[in-house]
Design a protein around this ligand. Structure first.
Ligand code: SF4
Ligand code: SF4
Length: 347
């Protein structure tokens, strides 16, 4: 593993030569001050005798072959499968986290793998893409960067599923290595981010903007939690942010129903409420999906003629509405009905 980056000795603490200094981790907006022998808020970045250490680097807590729609990515290689891996820890502490057993603790079973071993495994499988997902991959930035570099060299696509709550410096290191990402926009309230979730709205918005501007295929997810982020003002503010950013009309927004989990026991999101938020959002955004509720349709229509391009029944995906045609810029999806090019990504 490459040496830990993003640690520094805070000069304002007047470090004394020859003693073990407290370190600052600058990887995410928390900017934790970590005394010797302790870890930061995420529990995975540590101070080992005055040196930055990442004892859980490469510690994989979950590994699965998932439909790419499960990330969720609906407009990137629809109907394909992706190797998905999860890590330990998270820099946020959402009280309704559905992966809390790996995001909020580090004693979950797992095993260490090297980036070389991991990418060689993807290459030898029939999969040509890897997702860093489940808990929070970005706090393992050094490991991620090495994996992503190797994946690029091997022709394997890098997909990030993340809270996007990271410093501008780390975002600039990682975004150029990404092919696609699904980033959570959990709220449009600074207060909710900082007081309830332990995150930073400005950093998340900056990450989404930077990934979009860099040409990464981007999809955004908002878990609609009753009483927390479901007001018309807040959901419309999220939609307005995405609409102002997305000049090409290519960012799908996934509105996902919450179910009680971890420390949050409010009733699940009402499907009628979710559909209402989606309906209002569609007035300003071209691609809005309401999911995580049985029975809701999540098909992708052709933006030109309305024919179904991709039909989704849970994770049964029917892509017969798409045809792949060669163009000057490579192969590109077109609508099987009207024949026009559509904004779904093949490669
Ligand atoms: S990545 Fe972890 S240690 Fe670093 S600032 Fe964020 S929470 Fe703190
Ligand atoms: S950011 Fe994601 S992984 Fe982290 S606590 Fe929140 S929901 Fe869980």
């Amino acid at each position: 593993m490459r040496s830990p980056r993003y640690f520094s000795v805070p000069q304002e603490l007047s470090p004394v030569e020859g003693t073990e200094s407290t370190l600052r981790c600058g990887l995410c907006p928390r900017k934790c001050l970590i005394p010797p022998g302790r870890t930061g808020h995420c529990r995975v970045r540590a101070n080992a005798g005055g040196r930055g250490d990442i004892p859980y680097s490469g510690f994989i807590t979950a590994l699965a072959e998932d439909p790419i729609e499960k990330k969720p990515l609906y407009h990137y290689r629809p109907g394909s499968f992706i190797l998905s891996l999860g890590f330990a820890g998270c820099n946020m502490h959402c009280p309704f986290c559905q992966n809390w057993h790996i995001s909020q603790r580090t004693d979950t079973p797992g095993r260490y793998v090297s980036p070389e071993e991991l990418i060689a495994g993807v290459r030898s499988s029939r999969l040509a893409q890897i997702a860093y997902t489940y808990s929070e991959p970005l706090i393992h930035a050094e490991f991620l960067i090495r994996c992503m570099e190797l994946a690029r060299e091997a022709g394997v696509a890098n997909v990030l599923v993340s809270n996007g709550c990271i410093s501008a410096e780390a975002a600039a290191d990682i975004i150029p290595l990404l092919d696609a990402a699904n980033i959570d926009l959990k709220s449009f309230s600074e207060e909710t981010y900082s007081r309830v979730l332990g995150g930073d709205l400005a950093a998340v918005l900056a990450f989404i903007r930077a990934a979009y501007e860099a040409g990464v295929h981007l999809e955004v997810t908002t878990l609609i939690v009753p009483g927390l982020n479901d007001s018309p003002e807040e959901t419309e503010a999220c939609a307005a942010f995405l609409a102002a950013l997305d000049r090409k009309g290519t960012i799908p927004w996934h509105l996902s129903a919450y179910h009680p989990d971890y420390r949050w026991d409010a009733p699940p999101t009402d499907p009628v409420l979710l559909e209402g938020i989606a309906r209002r959002a569609r007035q300003v955004l071209p691609c809005v999906y309401a999911g995580n509720i049985a029975g809701l349709t999540n098909d992708t229509p052709c933006p030109h003629c309305g024919a179904t391009l991709v039909a989704r029944r849970a994770y049964r995906i029917d892509t017969r509405g798409l045809v792949l045609r060669q163009t000057d810029g490579g192969s590109r999806y077109h609508c099987a009905g009207c024949g026009k090019a559509v904004p779904l990504i093949r490669s």
